[in-house]
Design a protein around this ligand. Structure first.
Ligand SMILES: Cc1cc2nc3c(=O)[nH]c(=O)nc-3n(C[C@H](O)[C@H](O)[C@H](O)COP(=O)(O)OP(=O)(O)OC[C@H]3O[C@@H](n4cnc5c(N)ncnc54)[C@H](O)[C@@H]3O)c2cc1C
Length: 223
């Protein structure tokens, strides 16, 4: 498979960095082709604006989706955005590796979505959900938390992790047509022993070793 990993963590020696390294090792060992966008390393600017485009639809009033439609028609995305879009079209599967920040994506990764998931190119004109542009592709979130697993159960003090991830699973990935796999979650790596963390890296490696045959989960309208 062609696998595209979008990675954000500000510290390469973090546990997220270790998960990325394990993914790279296992996936390449299993013969997959890999592209990685390391948003911290490339200092990806998460702020959306006219710099997304080389074209201008309306110079007097900036409306992002109109500029996106125009750029789609005229091949007018900046090189940075066009490259990221190309990576998504190239892949069979996309993985996002990140720490959960404020119950959501860290701003650089959220900004990547804001800028890269462009109307016209990635969605729109009736192409969403089951009819989405990326309906032949799969996606998986691989994330870490600060809190322990019990805090993210339905009756835990943070509430159900699936409810927290739903805006990403449904509102971004399924919206664009992706089939979503179960998220891979490492709860509270900072509070574990070195040995426990090593076992969790191995568990991730084992999962990725069989990722091609894994059954997806359906998030759906009510999921
Ligand atoms: C702005 C912000 C918002 C946040 N919001 C939330 C939130 O809403 N909910 C929540 O639960 N948490 C939240 N957090 C906490 C955050 O999610 C966790 O700190 C993060 O997920 C932990 O992952 P990490 O990669 O940063 O771990 P790290 O702290 O980098 O790593 C944990 C340990 O693993 C070690 N390690 C690294 N590599 C290896 C290796 N190869 N083998 C073994 N050990 C290794 C590291 O040395 C370290 O000791 C937030 C944090 C911030 C900064």
């Amino acid at each position: 498979m062609n696998i595209f990993i979008v990675y954000y963590h500000p510290e390469p020696q973090s546990f997220n960095g270790a998960l990325l390294a394990r993914a790279k090792g296992v996936l390449e060992e299993n013969g997959h082709s890999l592209r990685i966008s390391d948003l911290h390393d490339k200092a990806f600017n998460p702020v959306s604006g006219r710099h997304n485009f080389t074209t201008v639809d309306n110079a007097n009033f900036y409306k992002q989706q109109f500029e996106e439609l125009n750029a789609t028609e005229k091949n007018g995305f900046s090189q940075e955005i066009a490259g990221e879009i190309d990576n998504i079209f190239w892949c069979d599967m996309m993985i996002w590796q990140f720490p959960l920040w404020w119950f959501g994506l860290p701003a650089p990764l959220k900004g990547w979505v804001d800028r890269v998931f462009a109307m016209g190119r990635v969605y729109g004109n009736g192409r969403y959900y089951d009819n989405g542009v990326f309906r032949d592709k799969r996606a998986m979130l691989s994330l870490t938390t600060g809190g322990p697993q019990e805090a993210y159960m339905e009756d835990g003090f943070n509430g159900d992790i699936y409810a927290i991830l739903r805006p990403i699973h449904r509102g971004i990935l399924e919206f664009a047509g992706f089939t979503v796999l179960q998220p891979h979650i490492v709860y509270g790596p900072a509070h574990l022993t070195e040995e426990e963390r090593t076992l969790l890296l191995d568990r991730y490696g084992r999962r990725l070793g069989n990722i091609e045959s894994e059954k997806p989960m359906a998030v759906g309208r009510y999921g």
